[in-house]
Design a protein around this ligand. Sequence first.
Ligand SMILES: Nc1ncnc2c1ncn2[C@@H]1O[C@H](COP(=O)(O)OP(=O)(O)O)[C@@H](O)[C@H]1O
Ligand SMILES: Nc1ccn([C@@H]2O[C@H](COP(=O)(O)OP(=O)(O)O)[C@@H](O)[C@H]2O)c(=O)n1
Length: 671
Amino acid sequence: MDFIDLPQCMGANGSVRLPGSKSISNRVLLLAALADGETEVRDLLSSDDTARMLDALRTLGVDIGEVESAADAGMPADGIGAGSAAGCAGKLLRIRGVGGSFPVREADLHLGNAGTAFRPLTAALAFAGGNYRLSGTPRMHERPIGDLVDALRQAGADIEYLGNEGYPPLAIRPAKIDASRTISVRGDVSSQFLSGLLMALPLAGGGSIEVVGELISQPYIDITLATMRRFGVVPHSEGKSRFEVPAATYRSPGVVHVEGDASAASYFLALGALAGGTVRVDGVGSDSVQGDVRFADALALMGARISMGENWIEAAPPAAGRLRGITLDCNHIPDAAMTLAPLALFADGPTTLRNIGSWRVKETDRLTAMATELRKLGAEVEEGVDYLQIKPVLPGSLRPATIDTYDDHRMAMCFSLAAFGAPLRINDPGCVAKTFPDYFLHFAALTQAVPVIDIDGPSASGKGTVAARVAAALGWNYLDSGALYRLTALAAQRAGVAWNDEPRVAAVAAGLDVVFGVDSILLAGEEVGEAIRSEEISSGASQVAALPAVRTALLFRQRAFRRAPGLVADGRDMASVVFTDAVSKVFLTASVEARAERRYKQLISKGIAAKLQPLLQEMRERDERDRGRSVAPLLQSADARLLDTTELSIEAAVAQVLAWARPLLPAQTCR
Ligand SMILES: Nc1ncnc2c1ncn2[C@@H]1O[C@H](COP(=O)(O)OP(=O)(O)O)[C@@H](O)[C@H]1O
Ligand SMILES: Nc1ccn([C@@H]2O[C@H](COP(=O)(O)OP(=O)(O)O)[C@@H](O)[C@H]2O)c(=O)n1
């Protein structure tokens, strides 16, 4: 399983240019493909969902050419909504429209998990007079489409369910289409059914639609209507329950500019509200046609400071105190509302998100997924049929956790915000490619991670002593990573597991039941601070540490120590593997004779019997094993400074490490 480890974050600042809106991108692609004439589409989102739509349209015989970037084209652009600011060179395509009917009359289309491709294509192909098969991922086959099929059948469409009744995959056959009678469609499961029908009706000679039940996610209908108007078809609507679509052919407007993705903006605005500084998004603003820009209003309700221009939005934390918990009907911002859930962890009172039943039929059952993963962090969450209530956690009390993302891009992006409370591991972060392939790069660029000082070096070079004193001087946390290898060796021994039995030792490492206190280490409830320091366990530690599966099992456990305001970590591979982004890296060493003598004195002073020569021999062997192993060998990283303590006192070594680090530390983390 792929994962990304996010350090605990302390601040956020800066600006980000948003990728194109997914909803607008796929609507524009479909209508440009169906239209008369050639359309130049600028700033199209590059993502899995748009790739699925593009593949399908090409399969259906649409001529689509890719041009380098919008900046190269030099043509004046006209936008759907706010458009993107000059200089935003997104993907640029030229689409030669088919003038109302696809040339390919028989095709097998695989649409992945892209609802914004599956639903509108089903509607358009139902009226296209060909034989088509539409399928997707297993999850797509669990997402309902029956209400759309029922509506299309009222106009005579011939659609068969190839799997379960009411769900993809589908077979569509040529049929006599007659849309002269009003078609009724349910509006309370997914607004994409109505959107698909609206966009397809011109192909059936126009017609009337009546919406049955409450229309959810209305802002997405506004995007559909705006995109249709842009392509020359002007539907008439009475409220949001009746629509008249004229008999007309879509006409290319020439150039269309896709505005930035307002749902993607929510993560960055939340960052600003939580931990700014100020965070600015470019590409959406007050002129946007996307309902999700109103996420900014929800942040303002929580107390965040929001400013907005036609094409940008900025968010900063409340002038004083924490964000406020809110109760909100989220029907108008169904996708962006997810972002409020992790944010609610950091508010002053509980937050209740209402009217979010549609979450259950998205990429995953987002209501259950959100509640399950928030609970892993230690949050108290109440999950209703169509609501979620989240209680805030006390500052500093969020638990480090491994978050599952359910092949859902929004789960992955939402949970990045929880890194403001604790270090996190996010599984399958690549799922963000559905709408925002570079998301985690932008996240890292905008946030400031809790700083770390790495101190690596051989046995008895003084790492532990120096690291603990540096941590105390700065008021930071301290990680003795060697203790985790020692604990693993001891726990394996106690469980009767041989130190070279890699899978079983790795299982012991993964399941270590350990509690670090100020002056104590409890293993399965028993004090083992002394027991793990014996020479036998020292040797065992270096043997289990050579096993790759053991190192992997202990990686996140080590990273979970990175808590505010900072961490000093000592070991062998802090600089090369565990905390590669440390603000300061030191390689501490001393001659092997000096180190053996220190260890000898240390043991004698603790009343433990020891002999110098065997200690020296054992230390040479351990150095050899630590340096020679294939994974994470003991070596000085190219970016670490060397500190030889053979002739240095402890105080002088501590002073040197602090002198190197202090100028590099963020102001708020320094004593
Ligand atoms: N610069 C130094 N000079 C003399 N003794 C030191 C120095 N640094 C550490 N020591 C002593 O050496 C012993 C081993 O140090 P420790 O911090 O446990 O090393 P490590 O963590 O690298 O194994 C301790 O008793 C410590 O007090
Ligand atoms: N980051 C680390 C820390 C320790 N270790 C291993 O764990 C053993 C014990 O580490 P330690 O830091 O407690 O040992 P000393 O330096 O105190 O003797 C070392 O000999 C290494 O083999 C490691 O491989 N990587």
